[in-house]
Design a protein around this ligand. Sequence first.
Ligand code: IPE
Ligand code: IPE
Ligand code: MG
Length: 274
Amino acid sequence: MHNSSTQTIPDVRDMPRHVAIIMDGNGRWAKQRFMPRVAGHKRGVSAVRETVKACGELGIEYLTLFAFSSENWRRPADEVSVLMQLFMRALESEVAKLHENQVRFRVIGDLSPFDVRIRELIARGEELTKDHTKLTLTVAANYGGRWDILQAANKAQMEKLQQARAFQGINKPEAAPVLESCKISEEELARHLSMAFAPEPDLFIRTGGEERVSNFLLWQLAYTEFHFTPELWPDFDRASLLKAIDSYRHRERRYGRTSEQLVLSKDTANATAA
Ligand code: IPE
Ligand code: IPE
Ligand code: MG
């Protein structure tokens, strides 16, 4: 279990440990070239490949990519179907390469509406790569931040109810401590979130010019640094990533404290190290 940014002040490093990206602008990239939207999605897959490679080389430990949101089902059926085909093809061709490059592969989101073949490929990919520790690539598919918080709350609640089940006299005064113990803590909820295996993102990038979260990792972005770029996702490359990291490095991550406190804590750390 990783520390929560609202409960413990995280240790801030020069290089983000976890980068989360909303890969947006594929459709506009294609439109600018008088091509069908699918051409933009295809080029988007190459940008994913390049970004994974760059993250590995830079020593980033977690890369999380928003591939399909729970609201993307609202798109025309033929676009949804093309996106599913592309996802399936990418799973078929890329997982072995990820394994070769020692990348751990994970998928988060509600997978129940996906084709059984897609679900099998995901399960096999996760199993094959589970022991790699260098870089974890998480793909968010049919993911929604609200879905994530709700499913975690429901799991935490079930756990509590199972613990309290033996207790019958719920209206008696003696029940008060039991009811109190049924309240869910931040830690108990966070344990059930789909990204409980990773630290919270340090850097959030959204391409395509929109400046919104679109129901991505709502809980986990509490103290993440945001970087918005007008660049369209198919054009995103190593240089774009370096630009985002450079901007990140100039941020002061205060986590509620004052600037002066931050300087003081650094001085104390330096004095202890010397
Ligand atoms: C992001 O690109 C890919 C997905 C949402 C699947 P878009 O398809 O949203 O591209 P734009 O925003 O229409 O340009
Ligand atoms: C967000 O992009 C989801 C993904 C990149 C998968 P959208 O293009 O769907 O977001 P909105 O609809 O513009 O907010
Ligand atoms: Mg979009």
